[in-house]
Design a protein. Structure first.
Length: 289
């Protein structure tokens, strides 16, 4: 079993995503397969700290998060899987998973031959992830390159030192990241991405209203201290118009509606989208240069 590791609070949100992916993988009709997700949960759930000091191995914690998220993680994962497969089929030979967390796409997606997958995240996250991968003996389906870096620092230099070629079209994915960065940090992030993106590059991000976590009754079924822990992680995102924000940084973007995707895939987003009048619901954004 992976040894205990100290990670920043925001990094532990990746474990909640793994919980959702493991639940989808266990369904008789899964939208995707992610067998590593259950291994990450088993290794990490006893160590995820919350401000109340309650042990995260309490079933309540994860049951509450499942109630809140519904099958949103399943729909989101499927959307971004399809995006990356389409982008690499269109000619991108580099994939960059920004704040990769416990993402296992290098192990489960059939990218075209020659595609290199770069995973960016903070060192403790990547160490924990690699421990679990080594314990289960998983092997990536292609070339996987891990880049330990802090996105608030000079990550573009670290990424190029690891082998990213800015002259080659790249498919970028920032899943579950934008709301946890301040507007200034998001501007620096997108500027770094743009500076490394050749014509023909693709980008996809998840947009969530900066105040979405404060929607009345949104987290009514979740422990109040955990609700506060989660809300405190949100730093402002990119404002109310992600398409214009990306246009300002030289990307032509369009949006996709998770609610419509959930209907298509026969998944239930409630109660995540309940009681959200006056707030922009989550959106999936794809863009090209």
């Amino acid at each position: 079993m992976a040894a205990r590791v100290e990670m920043a609070d925001v990094s532990w949100t990746a474990l909640g995503v793994a919980v959702g992916r493991a639940a989808e993988d266990a369904r008789p009709d899964p939208l995707f397969h992610d067998p590593l997700a259950a291994a990450f949960v088993a290794a990490g759930e006893a160590h995820a700290p919350f401000p109340s000091g309650a042990a995260a191995d309490s079933p309540d914690i994860w049951q509450q998060m499942q109630v809140l998220m519904g099958e949103y993680v399943s729909v989101r994962t499927k959307f971004f899987d399809d995006y990356l497969l389409a982008a690499t089929a269109a000619g991108c030979r580099q994939v960059v998973l920004v704040a990769a967390g416990l993402d296992a796409r290098a192990y489960r997606l059939d990218f075209p031959a020659g595609v290199r997958v770069f995973e960016l995240d903070m060192p403790p996250v990547l160490r924990f992830k690699q421990q679990v991968i080594d314990e289960v003996g998983a092997q990536p389906r292609g070339e996987r390159i891990v880049v330990a870096t802090d996105l608030r620092e000079d990550w573009p230099t670290a990424l190029q030192a690891a082998g990213l070629d800015p002259a080659v079209p790249t498919a970028w994915l920032a899943e579950g990241l934008i709301p946890y960065l301040s507007p200034a940090d998001n501007d620096r992030l997108i500027s770094g991405i743009t500076g490394l993106s050749a014509p023909g590059s693709h980008l996809s991000v998840e947009y969530i209203d900066a105040d979405f976590a404060k929607v009345p009754d949104l987290m009514r079924d979740v422990d109040p201290e955990m609700t506060n822990w989660f809300a405190d992680l949100w730093k402002g995102g990119v404002g109310n118009d992600p398409v214009s924000w990306l246009a300002d940084h030289e990307w032509l973007a369009r949006t996709a509606d998770p609610a419509e995707l959930s209907r298509r895939h026969h998944r239930d987003l409630a109660p995540l989208f309940a009681g959200t009048a006056g707030f922009t619901p989550p959106q999936f954004i794809t863009a090209q240069r």
